[in-house]
Design a protein around this ligand. Structure first.
Ligand SMILES: [Zn+2]
Length: 265
C-alpha cells in the first residue's frame, strides 16, 4: 500500500462541494441516500491519477462498479476503539482530501464499510470541523503516508505452497488496523499476491538476478527495482518486501544494491 498522489483538486469538485454543502446543511437527516453521489464527478480523475489501482490493496481495477471511497465515512462512522461517537463526516463528502479510488473488495462489506477506527485518547471531529483535530486515525491514509512503512509482507509456508501475506511492520498499530479493516489478508487477494511474486517478480526478475554474473548484478537489480516499484505497477508494497527478503540490507550494502527507504514509497 504505497502513497497515492492525487494532485490538485479538479475545479468541478469545488463547485459541487459548495452547492451540496448548502443543500445538505438544511436537512434533518444526513444518511447515505440524502448525501447522494455527486462526489462521483471526480471518479474518472481519481481513477486515472491512481493509475487505475485501488488505494488500499494496489490491485488494478476497472472504474465502473468500484468506489469513490471516503477515507472518513460520509454517513455513519464506527470509530471504535477510540470513540463511541457514530456520526458520519457528511461535511467531507465532497472534499478532495477525503476521496480515494478503492475497489469494492476493500471498501464494502465485509471489509471497510463505515469503519474508521481511532486510537484511544482521540476526540471525534465535530460537524464541519477540519481534520485532523484531535483524531488519531488507526487507518492509514494512503494520500498522506506510506502504507509500506506500516505493513510488511512475509512468506508463510504451508504444505506444498509458499504464500505471501501482510503483517504489521514492527508491530505497527496502524498496520494491524488497516489490514483488519480492509481485509488485506483475504484469501483470494493472497492468491493474487502469490501469483504476482511467482510470475512478475520471480520469473521476470529474480531468476535472472540469481544466475547473474557479478558484473551485471547491479544492472539487473536496478532494472527490477525500477520496474517493480514504479507507482503504476500493482502490489508495489509486496514487491518491495520480496526484493528486501532476497537481498537483506547488509547484503545490499556489501553488493552496493540500492532500494528506496520505506517512507519513500
Ligand atoms: Zn482494494
Amino acid at each position: 500500500m504505497i502513497r497515492v498522489d492525487r494532485g490538485a483538486a479538479p475545479a468541478s469538485l469545488e463547485s459541487t462541494r459548495v452547492a451540496e454543502l448548502s443543500r445538505v446543511r438544511g436537512l434533518a437527516q444526513r444518511d447515505s441516500k440524502a448525501l447522494g453521489n455527486q462526489y462521483r464527478v471526480v471518479a474518472d480523475e481519481l481513477w486515472r491519477r491512481q493509475f487505475f489501482k485501488c488505494a488500499y490493496c494496489e490491485s488494478c481495477e476497472q472504474l465502473k462498479r468500484n468506489d469513490v471511497e471516503h477515507f472518513r465515512p460520509k454517513a455513519r462512522a464506527d470509530r471504535r476503539p477510540g470513540s463511541s461517537e457514530t456520526h458520519g463526516y457528511w461535511w467531507l463528502t465532497w472534499s478532495w482530501e477525503n476521496l480515494l479510488f478503492a475497489c469494492r473488495n476493500c471498501n464494502q462489506s465485509p471489509a471497510k464499510r463505515d469503519q474508521f477506527p481511532l486510537a484511544e485518547g482521540s476526540a471525534a471531529l465535530t460537524p464541519e470541523q477540519s481534520p485532523p483535530g484531535l483524531e488519531q486515525p488507526l487507518l492509514i491514509d494512503p494520500a498522506t503516508e506510506s502504507g509500506v512503512a506500516h505493513i510488511q509482507f512475509r512468506p508463510v509456508s504451508s504444505p506444498g505452497e509458499h504464500r505471501w501475506k501482510p503483517f504489521p511492520r514492527n508491530g505497527s498499530a496502524k498496520g494491524r488496523a488497516t489490514i483488519k479493516v480492509c481485509k488485506l489478508d483475504r484469501d483470494d487477494l493472497v492468491e493474487l499476491y502469490s501469483r504476482h511474486v511467482r510470475e512478475d517478480v520471480e520469473r521476470r526478475h529474480l531468476a535472472r538476478i540469481r544466475q547473474a554474473h557479478p558484473a551485471s548484478l547491479r544492472t539487473l537489480w536496478d532494472e527490477a527495482a525500477r520496474e517493480l516499484l514504479a507507482r503504476t505497477m500493482p502490489f508495489v508494497g509486496l514487491s518491495y518486501d520480496v526484493l528486501d527478503s532476497v537481498f537483506p540490507p547488509a547484503e545490499r550494502e556489501r553488493l552496493r544494491l540500492a532500494l528506496p527507504a520505506l517512507d519513500e514509497l
